[in-house]
Design a protein around this ligand. Structure first.
Ligand code: COD
Length: 303
């Protein structure tokens, strides 16, 4: 049965046993709290990288017991990222998490051709969303890493999202190729890309999934909207994966739902040797915790 909630994600993460989480730049109170919460949930075993004495000071200020956690000294944010990546390379960490280091600093270390964590695939950001008004989890990509994906990049984005869908035990995911309309408009590149991707999916070029587009967001999540619009689509009202045209669309859509709707969210970068928890400073403690749990279930079996 597919997982349909973050409660289900946590249950699976706990069943899989603790994963080793390397936190690059762990000297932040919010980060320590999120890591402690995930540890208490039985999901991870943290390795905290950064300025040791500052980490200890912040932890005692927030009354967070970090005595069961390993601490690794690093002289600055870049060094924290390098040490975190080294731990992964040495087989000592299963998940990487961005703490108080810049996103670009971490991603550049991760993308380094010689010492980074690439495995010949595209790295992409996926957000998993649980909304009260929708019975399935939604996998949204890419509102966090790939800025303006071309057709080939979109193919890779779908393949990465498909892998996440399988980890969520969705056997035959339905993919909505999002645009503003349901017809191909030569002035809207995303509608052309969507039509090509839909044909590629139909021919089995994208793997085991059902995809359709261009479709607007309402059609993807509401069969009633499809009926009103008079559009027949095999994914209408049942989308599992939502491919957005670019980073701005995805980022705005997810943030609008977080801040105005009732959604549970977790986000992660996939496609590297290990999952990367990449959080925004404004993310709530719950989003941080959800993202760590998501990272834990995305890990390859055996870490
Ligand atoms: N997957 C795999 N390899 C990649 C990827 C990717 N997604 N992106 C770049 N590479 C490789 C390139 O092939 C190249 O070999 C090397 O990495 C450097 O490529 P550049 O010069 O294009 O990459 P950078 O370092 O300038 O930029 C990569 C970023 C991921 C930093 C950039 O794309 C970016 O800033 N993305 C947006 C991140 C962001 O601001 N998110 C906001 C919400 S959190």
């Amino acid at each position: 049965m597919p997982i349909t909630s973050f409660q289900g994600i946590f249950s699976k993460a706990k069943q899989m046993g603790r994963k080793r989480l390397a936190v690059a730049g762990a000297d932040g109170e919010e980060i320590l709290e999120a890591v402690r919460n995930a540890y208490e949930e039985g999901v991870i075993q943290p390795i905290l990288i950064g300025n040791k004495s500052r980490i200890q000071l912040l932890a005692s200020r927030r009354r967070i017991d970090i005595s069961p956690f390993e601490l690794v000294e690093a002289k600055d944010p870049l060094n924290s990222c390098q040490k975190a990546v080294e731990l992964v390379q040495g087989g000592r960490a299963d998940i990487l998490m961005k703490g108080g280091v810049g996103t670009a600093v971490l991603l550049k270390v991760v993308l380094d051709k010689e010492s980074g964590l690439r495995k010949g695939k595209l790295l992409s950001h996926v957000v998993v969303m649980e909304a009260k008004a929708y019975p399935k989890l939604m996998i949204v990509t890419d509102g966090g890493m790939n800025i303006s994906p071309d057709l080939q990049t979109k193919v890779e984005l779908i393949k990465n999202a498909l892998w996440v869908a399988h980890k969520l035990e969705i056997k035959l995911p339905k993919v909505a190729l999002l645009a503003a309309v349901e017809t191909v408009n030569p002035d809207m590149q995303e509608t052309i890309d969507a039509a090509i991707l839909a044909k590629m999916a139909q021919r089995g070029q994208l793997g085991n999934l059902i995809a359709d587009g261009p479709v607007a967001f309402d059609l993807a999540i509401s069969s009633q909207a499809a009926e009103i619009k008079g559009v027949e689509s095999p994914i209408a009202g049942e989308a599992d994966i939502l491919l957005v045209p670019d980073i701005a669309t995805g980022n705005i859509m997810v943030k609008a739902l977080i801040w105005l709707g009732e959604v549970e969210v977790g986000g992660i970068v996939v496609g590297a040797k290990i999952p990367i928890v990449l959080l925004s400073r404004s993310d709530t403690a719950k989003i941080k915790l959800n993202s760590i749990a998501l990272g834990a279930i995305i890990c390859e079996e055996g870490g």
